[in-house]
Design a protein around this ligand. Structure first.
Ligand code: ADP
Ligand code: ASP
Ligand code: MG
Length: 405
């Protein structure tokens, strides 16, 4: 049995007209005699609307009930789309996460997929040609509904593709592939034909939301080829796959940005063993992901510790720090939400010198101040003032010769 998984994002299922386009895409593998598992997101804007609603009702919405609420967005999409298919005479049925089941851990709001019951799903293919599955959701060991974090439908699709041993996982969205940077803020961005899992992982981790990070991790682990394409045009898209010699061996392959950053500085903490652990242990225990960290050499036994967390976690982090501050010696806690991270990414960087210098001089040319720098083997990230994000992305894109010719 040849199975194809196709995932359609929020803008692809925004209304009846868009859903008709989705139907056309589904017809392609179907006409080739393949079985199709469709994963749908909530209609554009719906998840945000539900989050807002929850916060109008509750100051601090209960995470498990919030997941019950948020998962309804996808339920609407799968019901409406399956109606369209049935009206067209196609044998189709909708599925919610718990009906499969897609089993996850109990980390409400950002649950991880543990298992997908592929055997049961495959049996349904003897009755139906198309299975329409709600993305972004699963259930824990007590059958409580969980959600997988923003953009989680990408991960639902890849997990299903791995479990069903599908030949491909096609991710349909509002752009026609993965670009050298977000094409919506840089008109000279270029579509990439083929990109390695590691590079895509780094792009996603640095903020390129075209694929959720976990979907790429999953695809790499289970060797699922992902094809990113547009619902609204017919281009070849971008293949995300294993690294091979034929891939572009550019020094830099893309620029990403992340505006979901807040900077926190602990002024004058003691410079002695254990202080960093004392700061970051309780933050980690609260489930807060710390991103960039810098600590300067000390003067007179004291040093500043600066780091970033997601904007939504800043207040919670401050509350934690205030409790432990007396034991850290800190005089002040400074915060700044008007920051963004821009990153230069490329596996080719491993073998090239001077990449950082090119990035820094490009930012200097535009008088953009760098607050924090962090590097890995295949990326350089700079924290800057948020208002310069778009300018920085375009400048770096040009500086590394990524602009379309
Ligand atoms: P969907 O709702 O279909 O899941 P998303 O909004 O999550 O779509 O992801 C698609 C968006 O990702 C694009 O509209 C684009 O603005 C953004 N994006 C960011 N970086 C990139 C990139 N490097 N290549 C393509 N798109 C990108
Ligand atoms: N609807 C969810 C979100 O908006 C999941 C997704 O679209 O992938 O984040
Ligand atoms: Mg998405």
């Amino acid at each position: 049995m040849n199975i194809v998984v196709q995932k359609f994002g929020g803008t692809s299922v925004a209304n009846l007209e868009c859903m008709s386009k989705v139907k056309e895409k589904v017809m392609v593998p179907l006409k080739q005699g393949k079985k199709v598992a469709i994963v749908l997101s909530a209609m554009a804007g719906e998840t945000n609307r539900l989050i807002k609603l929850a916060h109008e009702w509750s100051k601090n919405p209960d995470p498990s009930e919030l997941d019950v609420l948020l998962s309804t967005g996808e339920q609407v999409s799968i019901a409406l789309f399956t109606m369209l298919l049935k009206d067209a005479g196609i044998k189709a049925r909708s599925f919610l996460g718990y009906q499969i089941p897609i089993r996850t851990d109990r980390d409400f709001g950002k649950a991880r997929i543990l298992d997908v019951d592929a055997e049961k799903l495959k049996q349904y293919f003897s009755i139906y040609d198309v299975l329409v599955i709600a993305g972004f959701q699963g259930c824990d060991c007590e059958n409580r509904i969980t959600t997988l974090g923003r953009g989680g439908s990408d991960t639902s699709a890849v997990a299903l593709a791995a479990a069903l041993k599908a030949e491909i996982c096609e991710i349909y969205t509002d752009v026609d592939g993965v670009y050298t940077t977000d094409p919506n803020i840089c008109s000279s961005a270029r579509r990439i034909d083929k990109i390695a899992y590691d590079e895509m992982l780094e792009m996603a981790s640095m903020g390129a939301k075209v694929l959720q990070i976990r979907s790429v991790e999953f695809a790499k682990k289970y060797n699922v080829p992902i094809l990113v394409r547009s619902t609204f045009t017919d281009g070849p898209g971008t293949l995300v796959t294993q690294e091979d010699e034929n891939m572009e061996s550019a020094m830099v392959s893309g620029i990403a940005y992340d505006k979901d950053q807040a900077r926190i500085t602990l002024v004058d903490v003691y410079d002695k063993p254990g202080i960093a652990a004392n700061i970051f242990e309780p933050i980690a225990a609260a489930g807060i992901v710390v991103d960039m960290i810098v600590q300067n050499p000390s003067r007179n036994g004291a040093t500043d510790m600066t780091f970033t967390v997601p904007k939504g976690d800043m207040e919670k982090t401050i509350q934690i720090l205030k409790k432990i501050a007396p034991n850290l010696g800190t005089k002040d806690i400074l915060t700044d939400k008007n920051v963004a991270k821009v990153s230069v990414i490329g596996v080719g960087m491993r073998n090239h010198a001077g990449v950082a210098a090119i990035a820094f001089s490009a930012l200097r040319k535009e008088h953009i101040n760098i607050m924090i720098i962090s590097t890995s083997e295949i990326k350089i990230s700079c924290l800057i003032e948020e208002k310069y994000t778009e300018l920085a992305v375009r400048t770096l894109h040009e500086a590394f010769g990524l602009d379309q010719v």
